[in-house]
Ligand binder design. Sequence first.
Ligand code: ATP
Ligand code: MG
Length: 611
Amino acid sequence: MAHNENSPGTASSNFIRQIVEADLSGGRFASRRWRGSPGPAAEQAAGVPDPAALRTRFPPEPNGYLHFGHAKSICLNFGLARDYGGACHMRFDDTNPTKEEQEYVDSILDAVSWLGWSWGPHLYFASDYFDYLYAFAERLVQAGHAYVDELSADQMREYRGTLVLPGRDSPWRSRPAEQSLDLLRRMKAGEFPDGQYVLRLRIDMASPNMNLRDPIAYRIRHAHHHRTGDQWCIYPMYDYAHGVCDALENITHSICTLEFEDHRPLYEWLNDKLADLGLLARPLPQQIEFARLNLEYVVLSKRKLIQLVEENHVDGWDDPRMPTIVGGRRRGYTPDGFRMFAERIGVSKGNSWIDYSVLEDCMREDLNSRAERRVAVLDPLLLVIDNFPADLVEQCHAPNHPQKPELGTRAMPFTRELWVEREDFMEQPVKGYHRLYPGNKVRLRYGFVVLCTSCDKDADGRVTAVHCEYFPDSRSGTPGADNYKVKGNLHWVSRAHACAAPVRLYDRLFSHPFPGSAKGRGWAATEDDSGKLHVEDGNPEHNFLDDLNPASRREITAMLEPALRDAQAEERFQFERHGYFVADRVDSQPQAPVFNLTVTLKDSWTRHGGR
Ligand code: ATP
Ligand code: MG
């Protein structure tokens, strides 16, 4: 894809880049050799040369659509691989059979490619390693590092202790290894119902770090898996699987968000034990944490995004107001805009909130250079040029891009009756108003200068048409044009040629910068039943739905210049004086485009202090 080539290769440094550079120049991974595990085997077959090269991975769980926060992680991981001659693995963390679906796998791959990144031969699934993970579990049991427990879930919680109280050993902790092994094999064989037994790592029930209090490695789950079908009825927990997958794939730097910092000792303990047993090769991958993206005026929690979709607060995952990659795409956001955003916000260890306008500025900047200019009247008012012949059509020419003459011009028919913006006329002008009012001259951009003479009104006093006279020698680009000095320069569309089209004007989905949180800036983490941490934006006590912006979507019928009739789905334009718009990729039909507002020309939100 084109944006691969022209993407900024000059990423600014950050603490992760410094670690990577030090590791590469110090030869930290130089002793790596192929190990014949599933990942590297595929690589060798694909001719990837260097087992010592930098390896990162992007490891989404296929249980939702990717959001703007994932874009940060994707650009970070794939960007490092690009800049340091390594590889970034696309790996699905599909260890949780009941929540995962092929639809999500497809949408995630699509989003990563659309952002302009390529995983090459490195597409993996945690489920690819189920045999390894299980075999390693047996070895851990034999070595005394794991045991089968049969406390109930409630008992286990009680034995686990609290942040201030140490946990207590389960009575089954000292079960002989042969007995645990036998039970583990029978768990795998399907002899027991869900929840009867679990496999736990034998670490330290008194550790101040709760993650080290004998975490669960395997649980029984009689559930169908989207890739392995009914082959397994025990599934590995996230913490058990993740580090092992990283090591099997020769990952050098396993980059994750800050809430996993307390899991790092577990990550290291497990891989270290497996390396001691000769099952994994050193040097082992290094986990590095960075601050997740928090973006004002949206939510970036999968649970909340799912709720927005399922309760129909939005029109699906790709609703242009959704902070999902597919939503942004449909909104008209660009891959390069996202990459610029990731670069601009940088990477750090400190949690912070990013103003939504930072993202919008990136999109504006990218669109300003790439989008062709067109004319659209969003709130049409009829302008009649009384001295213009009724059957005359003057072809005016407008540049497609003011800074890129190579993009050429297009014809815009100028006729007696035109559409102009309603706000471009005032019967009684306020001070400083230079647009249409009786007695004033303005230029109709790329066309002629007109003198406003009067207006028509309906019974309610609402203006229904504006009357003007034009000056035939004032045509833009002709020698006489400069003789006319006017302050207003308005856009217009010929009534007879206009394409009437639906245009959706979008605003922020939430009217509060920290949806669901009165005070904001708080975040809390909860754990799901696979042991994975989920971070909630805002204060979970408040309902984020109360902060939905009721005016986040408005549909109007606009009058477009005739050239826009040919707009292709996903084609992006600047509508002069308004903003950037995209032809909706779902609802546009040939010769009948539907447009979405991507972003206004200026940051009207900040200017008005919110709406
Ligand atoms: P949930 O919201 O359910 O906790 P998740 O968004 O973390 O899920 P994953 O599929 O686990 O979803 O995420 C894949 C990767 O994206 C992980 O490495 C995770 O650290 C990263 N990631 C997720 N959210 C953000 C974010 N807001 N900013 C940066 N990276 C993120
Ligand atoms: Mg997560």
